[in-house]
Ligand binder design. Structure first.
Ligand code: 4HQ
Length: 245
């Protein structure tokens, strides 16, 4: 089973996320074990203060070394194997589906969530194995980034979702956007589902879906196509689609 420990000043933020839907079921089924720890519980000063003014001056506060060293030593001790320690930060490598797939094979992970201007650099130098960003924008804290990480990684753990086929087919695994999805009824107030999907002709359905997927990607995310694995037929189709523009 994968063990994830999250170090945060706001463990309560994780409660509904951890207990709901697919995450809740994955935990109940012992496919992943998620533990949150309040960094403030490790502060040794009288006011349990975890931050302080930056050396050299400037705006904002910095999370101080003592609570973080102690919190990290504590949670590292909870692991039977050497955990991978990840700090969520805009300075990190930007998370993508290939990285998520790699992490889903890890068994021991510690996530460190920073607040304010961030954490004292000595913590990163001493403990952090990898810095990860969830995208080029600024959050108020690492908690949402940690949830994005946990959510995307957990769903790839075998047994968490239905079938592994659907994972192989999904966007960002095959570097293509998905085809449009429809469900009953086939006609709602005159808005109809494409005829081919009702035909029962699976070869035709597959061809239609592949075309839609290529079209969607070309229009919305042409940057993705360079990584996609394209058959000769795909390439011919794309050439036609490009010329029709
Ligand atoms: N922050 N991807 C600053 C992020 C972030 C991101 C987390 C804000 C860390 C100190 N984390 N704190 N983007 O913006 O992961």
């Amino acid at each position: 089973m994968m063990r994830i420990d999250i170090l945060t000043l706001f463990p309560e933020l994780f409660k509904p996320f951890i207990s709901t839907s697919i995450m809740g079921r994955a935990i109940d089924n012992n496919l992943v074990n998620i533990n949150t720890h309040n960094i403030r519980d490790f502060a040794k000063n009288k006011h349990r203060q975890v931050d302080d003014y930056p050396y050299g001056g400037g705006a904002g506060m910095v999370m101080a070394v003592q609570p973080l060293y102690d919190a990290l030593d504590h949670v590292i001790g909870l692991h039977d194997l050497k955990p991978t320690i990840i700090y969520l930060s805009p300075q990190g490598r930007v998370l993508d589906q290939a990285m998520v797939a790699d992490y889903s094979r890890h068994t021991n992970i510690i996530l460190l969530c920073g607040h304010y201007e961030g954490i004292d650099q000595r913590v990163i130098d001493k403990y952090v194995d990898q810095e990860i960003s969830i995208g080029d924008y600024v959050l108020t804290g690492g908690e949402l980034a940690a949830m994005v990480f946990v959510d995307s990684v957990t769903r790839l753990i075998p047994g968490v979702l239905g079938s592994s086929d659907s994972i192989l087919e999904e966007s960002h695994t095959n570097h293509l956007l998905e085809y449009p999805h429809y469900t009953r009824p086939s006609n709602y107030k005159g808005d109809k589902v494409p005829e081919v999907l009702l035909s029962g002709n699976h070869k035709e359905i597959d061809r239609w879906r592949r075309t839609q997927s290529l079209k969607n990607t070309l229009i919305k995310r042409p940057d993705m196509l360079s990584k996609a694995e394209l058959s000769d037929e795909d390439q011919m189709l794309l050439k036609e689609l490009k010329e029709h523009k």
